[in-house]
Design a protein around this ligand. Structure first.
Ligand SMILES: [Zn+2]
Length: 146
């Protein structure tokens, strides 16, 4: 299995998991643009959104919204979010498995965030697993029930 996100779902690759259900998983991005950056993916492997059924597409956005709600309620403190979905290589999709970025924003962080976003797209910047696990726990504790 060459897809890193499919390996996470199969338990063959470590991840700091925030949520999982039959349709979607959510876990911390290992190259976060900002602290608390979460990825939401469909369980079914698909590169592009158009390859997914409507209920799965809807579930991705629903999970993303609840992650954002959890961010706001948690100690990570966010005043807003970027929901970013790069659909296809031409749109800077770097992992060939559809994924929604949920990026908490604090305000007044525009330049720093845009700089890190650009770096993230070229694969720079990782964060320690224990720090990601701590943030995943914090978000999970504030995640509204499904
Ligand atoms: Zn995959």
């Amino acid at each position: 299995m060459s897809c890193v996100f499919c390996r996470i779902v199969a338990g063959e690759q470590p991840a700091s998991v925030v949520h999982h259900d039959d349709l979607c998983w959510a876990f911390m991005d290992i190259r976060p643009v900002r602290r608390g950056h979460v990825l939401v993916i469909p369980v079914a492997h698909a590169v592009h959104l158009h390859e997914l059924d409507d209920p799965i597409r809807a579930r991705i956005w629903e999970v993303g919204q609840r992650i954002a709600d959890a961010h706001r309620a948690s100690a990570l403190t966010s005043n807003g979010h970027n929901f970013l979905l790069n659909d296809g290589k031409a749109a800077n999709q770097t992992v060939a498995h559809a994924h929604l970025h949920v990026i908490p924003r604090a305000g007044g962080d525009f330049l720093a965030t845009m700089f890190r976003l650009a770096k993230n797209l070229t694969g720079i910047g990782t964060i320690r697993r224990d720090a990601l696990d701590t943030d995943a726990d914090e978000i999970r504790q504030h995640l509204p029930l499904f």
